[in-house]
Design a protein around this ligand. Structure first.
Ligand SMILES: Nc1nc2c(ncn2[C@@H]2O[C@H](COP(=O)(O)OP(=O)(O)O)[C@@H](O)[C@H]2O)c(=O)[nH]1
Ligand SMILES: [Mg+2]
Length: 362
């Protein structure tokens, strides 16, 4: 989804217990980042931020990429004072969930450039700078625009690739990718930037959960707990009710009992990949486990203590679903947390918009 003048409107508040989780986590992230030597605002990010500021006046369009899960919290602060002119476009990425075509975005960008450069259509060269906080998918977007781009066959043969990575901070320099000929249009992929200090602790926690801030600032266990707090107060888990009714018990393939209807091949695969959390049968078992623990919980989720108890019960239950062996408490928790976060961040545990926004306000 993209827009040149978006209007995001904040919606109702999240449940008290989830908000309190978010605040605690965010405060811990801020505290960590305040410690000498552990800030996300590295000298490299500061240098990238200056280089981007110098380039902004020279480009034709600025395409601010935001994370659709946090369309407000992923605003790029550097652009806050940028005049909301026809030169700024905001694109919401990670809507796979809504899986928009990049071709449509390319057409949209070309139309905007044509409006800006009303003169000779065939002879100009235009540049579009992709800008945004780390890990929103700028490089992935640069690659897909480059791939779908209307460029000559010879140029297609020399397609470049921007490095795409689940870790923030992977893009180190500004690089350019051709996305159209006649007129020539280039996109500039840039390193993600964050402000040196983020005052709003809830924003800190959302940036940490979505992966814009490195997990090392708070640890994956705390992040996974925050995710579970979000999950428990959402409606996503209700979609997994049907899993509870069907028998997909993966514990059965360790024993003689066999799942009815499973082929020999499936059974062998299940045995072989029992600890691979990305396998569908493991994901379904995790979903079912989470659903069943929430459904059988009779505490009050508004109550912080109850909410924490539920999360601890879920951690213990999914440890079995993931087939994580019981080692030291910390090791086990870290492994479970890492798998849970990975499934959340790849959209396999539902779709969540952490900022409260009214989409039809766009
Ligand atoms: N689910 C999903 N993941 C995406 C999307 N775009 C990028 N990613 C993933 O997000 C992570 C960060 O992407 P990257 O392009 O390196 O982000 P950048 O730091 O903004 O350049 C990578 O693991 C990508 O595979 C998307 O539209 N949907
Ligand atoms: Mg990048």
């Amino acid at each position: 989804m993209w827009s040149s003048c978006p209007r995001f409107v904040a919606q109702e508040q999240p449940m008290a217990a989830t908000a309190s989780f978010a605040r605690e986590l965010g405060a811990a992230v801020r505290k960590m980042a305040g410690n000498k030597g552990t800030t996300w605002y590295t000298p490299h990010m500061a240098a990238a931020s200056r280089a981007i500021a110098e380039r902004i006046p020279l480009v034709d369009l600025v395409l601010e990429v935001r994370d659709a899960r946090i369309p407000l919290s992923s605003e790029c602060e550097q652009l806050r004072n940028f005049p909301s002119s026809s030169r700024r476009i905001i694109a919401l990425n990670k809507m796979d969930l809504a899986n928009r075509s990049q071709m449509k975005l390319l057409n949209f960008l070309q139309a905007r450039l044509r409006e800006l450069k009303r003169t000779d259509h065939s002879n100009y060269t235009a540049t579009i700078m992709l800008l945004g906080i780390p890990n929103v998918g700028k490089s992935a977007l640069a690659n897909s625009l480059h791939q779908v781009g209307r460029i000559s066959a010879a140029e297609k043969g020399r397609l470049k690739h921007a490095t795409v990575s689940p870790q923030p901070g992977e893009t180190k320099d500004i690089s350019s990718f051709k996305i159209a000929s006649h007129p020539n249009i280039y996109v500039l992929d840039t390193p993600g930037i964050l402000p040196a200090e983020i005052l709003d602790v809830e924003v800190c926690s959302k940036l940490a959960l979505t992966g814009a801030i490195s997990d090392c600032f708070i640890g994956q266990t705390e992040l996974a707990r925050y995710f579970l707090a979000v999950l428990n107060t959402s409606n996503e888990y209700r979609k997994w009710a049907k899993l509870s009714k069907t028998e997909i018990d993966i514990s059965s393939f360790d024993h003689k009992t066999e799942c009815s209807g499973s082929s020999e091949l499936e059974k062998r695969q299940k045995k072989q990949y029992a600890t691979d959390h990305t396998q569908d049968f493991v994901v379904n078992e995790v979903r079912r486990t989470l659903f069943e623990v929430i459904s059988s919980f009779d505490g009050n989720q508004e109550d912080e203590k109850n909410s924490v108890q539920l999360i601890e019960a879920q951690f213990a239950a999914v440890q079995k679903a993931f087939h994580v062996p019981l080692e030291s408490v910390d090791d086990t928790c870290n492994k479970v947390a890492s798998k849970l976060l990975n499934l959340y961040r790849t959209g396999r545990l539902g779709h969540y918009t952490l900022d409260r926004v009214l989409w039809n306000s766009l």
